[in-house]
Design a protein around this ligand. Structure first.
Ligand code: BTX
Length: 326
C-alpha cells in the first residue's frame, strides 16, 4: 500500500472515531505536515475529514469505491489480495489479468474495476458491468494442479462466493447453478469465468473472473436481461458494502483453494452440492451437440454433471447451458 492508502486504512478501520495527527505521524514514521498533505489529496478524491479539537481528524464521508485501501481494511487473508490493481474503467479485468499473469504476478493478485466496457462471459458472451454497481474482478491463482483439474476450480470459486454471501447477508438464499452461475430466487446474480494459462502438463495460473451484481436497481440492467438478472441490493433490500464482500470472497477462495490442493476435491464437492440449486431438479441441458432432459443427480469427482434420463440411463455433461425446470 502507498502511504496515502495506509493513512486511509487507519481511518477506515477506526470506524468513524477521530485519530490524532501526531499519533498517526508517529506510527507511520512521517511528519504531521506529510499526514496533512495526504489528507488533502484524499479530500480531492472524495473523502471528507473534519478536525475535532484535542482529538484529531475524523473521517466523515467516503466515496463508494472498491479500491485497494478500502478492500484491505476488511482483508483477513494470508496471501490473497495483497496486490490489488484497481481501475475506474477497464475493457475486461480478465484480459488485464492475462497480461499480469504472463509477467509473473503472484498467487492471489486481484484486478478490480468500477466499470468494464468489454466484460466477458463464457463463449464470447457479454457480461454487463455497470459503473460502480457491482464487483467486477479477476483473481490470479497459482495452485499446483494439472490442466484437467482446472474446471474444479470454477466450482471452488462458486462455493467461495456463495458462502461469502451467506455469511454477510440474511434476507435471501443464493444457490449455485452448475457450473458457474449464482442465482437468487431463480435469477442470475453472479457469474464465474475461469481461464487457464497452461502447457500440456502444467498449469501456470488460473484467472478466476467473478462478476457480481451488487447494488443495481432493476433499471441499472439493460432491458434484455431485466427479467433474468438480479442484484444483492434488490434481494437483501438494502445497498451493501462491495469491499467487504470482496474481502470475504478472497478469504474463502484462499481457504478453499488450499483445502482443495491439500485434500482433494471431496470436501469441496460436498459443500458445492449443499449449496447447489441444481441437484435433484429436473433440467434441460444444451450442449454444443444436443439437448438433454432429465434429473440432475450429482457431480462427479471431476466436477462433471450427471443427469438421469427418463429411460434410466445416466449421462455425463462436461459443458452446457442448463435450464432448471422445477
Ligand atoms: P455466462 O456466459 O454464463 O453468462 C453471460 C450471459 O448472462 C449473457 O449472455 C447474458 O444473457 C447474461 N448476463 C450478462 N450480463 C449479466 C449480468 N450483469 N447479470 C446477469 N446476467 C447477465 C458468466 O458468463 C461469467 C461472467 C464473468 C464476468 C466476470 S466480471 C470480471 C471478469 N472480467 C470479465 O470480463 N469477465 C469476468
Amino acid at each position: 500500500l502507498s502511504m496515502k492508502d495506509k493513512i486511509l486504512q487507519h481511518f477506515l478501520q477506526s470506524k468513524g472515531e477521530p485519530i490524532s495527527g501526531q499519533q498517526l505521524a508517529d506510527e507511520l514514521g512521517i511528519s504531521r505536515t506529510a499526514i496533512w498533505k495526504h489528507l488533502q489529496t484524499l479530500q480531492e478524491e472524495g473523502y471528507k475529514f473534519i478536525t475535532i479539537k484535542k482529538k484529531g481528524y475524523q473521517l466523515v464521508a467516503a466515496p463508494d469505491r472498491v479500491d485497494a485501501a478500502k478492500i484491505s481494511s476488511f482483508l483477513k487473508t494470508k496471501r490473497f489480495g495483497y496486490s490489488i490493481h484497481y481501475f475506474e474503467e477497464i475493457d475486461s479485468t480478465q484480459s488485464y489479468a492475462q497480461k499480469l499473469a504472463r509477467q509473473g504476478a503472484e498467487d492471489g493478485t486481484v484486478i478490480i474495476a468500477e466499470e468494464q466496457t468489454g466484460g466477458k462471459g463464457r463463449m464470447q458472451r457479454i457480461w454487463h458491468s455497470a459503473k460502480g454497481k457491482g464487483i467486477w474482478m479477476t483473481v490470479i491463482i497459482r495452485p499446483n494442479i494439472l490442466p484437467h483439474q482446472a474446471p474444479q476450480l470454477t466450482l471452488v470459486a462458486a462455493v467461495s462466493v456463495v458462502m461469502a454471501m451467506k455469511s454477510l447477508y440474511q434476507n435471501f438464499t443464493p444457490e449455485i447453478k452448475w457450473p458457474n452461475d449464482i442465482l437468487i430466487n431463480g435469477k442470475k446474480c453472479a457469474g464465474i469465468l475461469t481461464e487457464m494459462l497452461a502447457e500440456m502438463d502444467r498449469v501456470d495460473g488460473l484467472l478466476i473472473g467473478i462478476g457480481i451484481n451488487t447494488n443495481h436497481e432493476l433499471d441499472d440492467f439493460p432491458e434484455d436481461i431485466q427479467s433474468i438478472a438480479t442484484s444483492i441490493a434488490i434481494e437483501e433490500k438494502k445497498k451493501v458494502d462491495r469491499a467487504e464482500l470482496v474481502a470475504e470472497i478472497l478469504k474463502n477462495l484462499e481457504h478453499f483453494t488450499d483445502e482443495y490442493v491439500e485434500n482433494g476435491f471431496t470436501s469441496i464437492k460436498t459443500l458445492w452440492e449443499e449449496h447447489s440449486g441444481t441437484i435433484g431438479k429436473r433440467i434441460k441441458a444444451s450442449t454444443i451437440r444436443e439437448t438433454i432432459e432429465g434429473q440432475a443427480i450429482g457431480i462427479t469427482d471431476e466436477g462433471v454433471l450427471e443427469i438421469l434420463l427418463d429411460d434410466g440411463q445416466v449421462k455425463k455433461v462436461y459443458s452446457a447451458d442448463i435450464e432448471i425446470q422445477n
